[in-house]
Design a protein around this ligand. Structure first.
Ligand SMILES: NC(=O)c1ccc[n+]([C@@H]2O[C@H](COP(=O)([O-])OP(=O)(O)OC[C@H]3O[C@@H](n4cnc5c(N)ncnc54)[C@H](OP(=O)(O)O)[C@@H]3O)[C@@H](O)[C@H]2O)c1
Length: 340
């Protein structure tokens, strides 16, 4: 006996990946429902070798469905997640709406799987921000060995992190560079993203940081350890899929770069590609479609006490969103619902 699973946002970047990954990982599905807005009613989406038609989220009855993977943005989540949860369907949500609610677990299964048992308070589990998810997978095994004091991270985030519209904007603006008769002004992004980089993701906060940067701070504390200090600069780059991060870590204890490399090689969800030669590292293009978080350029930082630098790359639609949500579904199944 398997699960009755809902994917809400099935026509979107993340929702489509959720369907792919549920099929790829042979999640025990008895029945699947793909939901989107009314305008997409009947749109066909793939689930393994099957094609399914999307239904209207607004009229869907969640009664007797086991779990719902949501990827529809905070505004719609606010309306529909409580409805699903009240009907007894456990919501695994990708938006930022519930991430900071102390009664809702925020989970990266390689890092804090034990938090799953907190789902029952609201029948909702939150999935972290894409840039946080890949970073904490790398931080956790190092923190367990040498205790992290402070992290300085700069991100290089792909346009798919801003949904389908973000990808379309990069594509259209890139074409317009070669065909200057058409003008594609910035809409989804604040400035032109083609052949450019933009140091601004999400809204500005009072202290001058952006909400994306704040999310990395707050979520790392909730998932790994509240005592870790994080400072982030989040940047959008003209890459379609795959987020990259340059991470500088300061530890309580000395951690040798070779030992750090060995620890990361053994850690769940991580693939170390770290040869000190041209091309001996991973770039976002190479991580697309993969499950792993890739770590390269591991090296001592001698400018601070007990410092280490590394480069971290992952498919933001997978580990940063859909894969992590499916891993949470697997964890919920294994530890709590116990079907399949
Ligand atoms: N992309 C990432 O790297 C990433 C990472 C972590 C978290 N997330 C989060 O995941 C969510 C989805 O992101 P995305 O990149 O997949 O966006 P997207 O490509 O723009 O897709 C949005 C999806 O939500 C559906 N939707 C929007 N409003 C709806 C409504 N009122 N009722 C029903 N369906 C509605 C859309 O349906 P229609 O096609 O019918 O409009 C579409 O299926 C967001 O909360 C985002 O913050 C994204």
């Amino acid at each position: 006996m398997g699960y009755r699973v809902v994917v809400a946002g099935a026509t979107g970047n993340v929702g489509r990946e959720m369907l792919n990954i549920l099929a790829e990982r042979q999640f025990p599905v008895d029945e699947i429902a793909a939901l989107a807005s009314r305008k997409s009613l009947g749109t066909e989406v793939s689930f393994g070798d099957k094609t399914i038609k999307t239904q209207d989220l607004d009229t869907f009855d969640f009664t007797s469905w086991d779990m719902a993977l949501f990827a529809i943005g905070s505004d719609a989540t606010k309306i529909y997640a409580p409805k699903a949860a009240a009907a007894g369907c456990v919501v695994i949500d990708n938006s930022s709406l519930y991430r900071y609610d102390p009664e809702i677990p925020l989970i990266v299964p390689e890092v804090n799987p034990q938090a799953v048992h907190g789902y029952a308070k609201k029948n909702i589990i939150a999935n972290p921000n894409c840039s946080t998810a890949q970073m904490v997978v790398a931080l956790k095994p190092l923190h367990d060995r040498a205790t992290i004091k402070r992290v300085v991270v700069s991100t290089y985030q792909s346009v798919s992190g801003a949904g389908k519209e973000g990808m379309d904007e990069l594509w259209e603006q890139t074409k317009a560079v070669y065909n200057p008769t058409s003008d594609v002004p910035p809409k989804k992004f604040q400035k032109e993203i083609a052949f450019n980089v933009i140091p601004h993701i999400d809204v500005f906060m009072e202290d001058g940081s952006t909400k994306e940067e704040w999310k990395m701070v707050a979520e790392t504390k909730k998932i790994v350890d509240p005592s870790i200090k994080v400072t982030a600069t989040c940047v959008r780059v003209p890459v379609f899929v795959g987020h990259s991060e340059a991470i500088n870590i300061e530890f309580e204890e000395f951690l040798d770069e070779d030992e750090a490399r060995d620890i990361l090689r053994e850690a769940p969800g991580i693939m170390v590609i770290d040869k000190r030669e041209p091309g001996g590292y991973v770039t976002p293009k190479e991580c697309v479609g993969d499950f792993a978080t890739f770590i390269s350029r591991i090296r001592q930082d001698s400018t601070v006490e007990n410092g280490l630098n590394l480069w971290c790359v992952s498919d933001n639609l997978r580990k940063g969103a859909a894969l992590n949500a499916v891993q949470i579904a697997e964890l919920l199944g294994r530890e709590v619902l116990k079907k399949g």
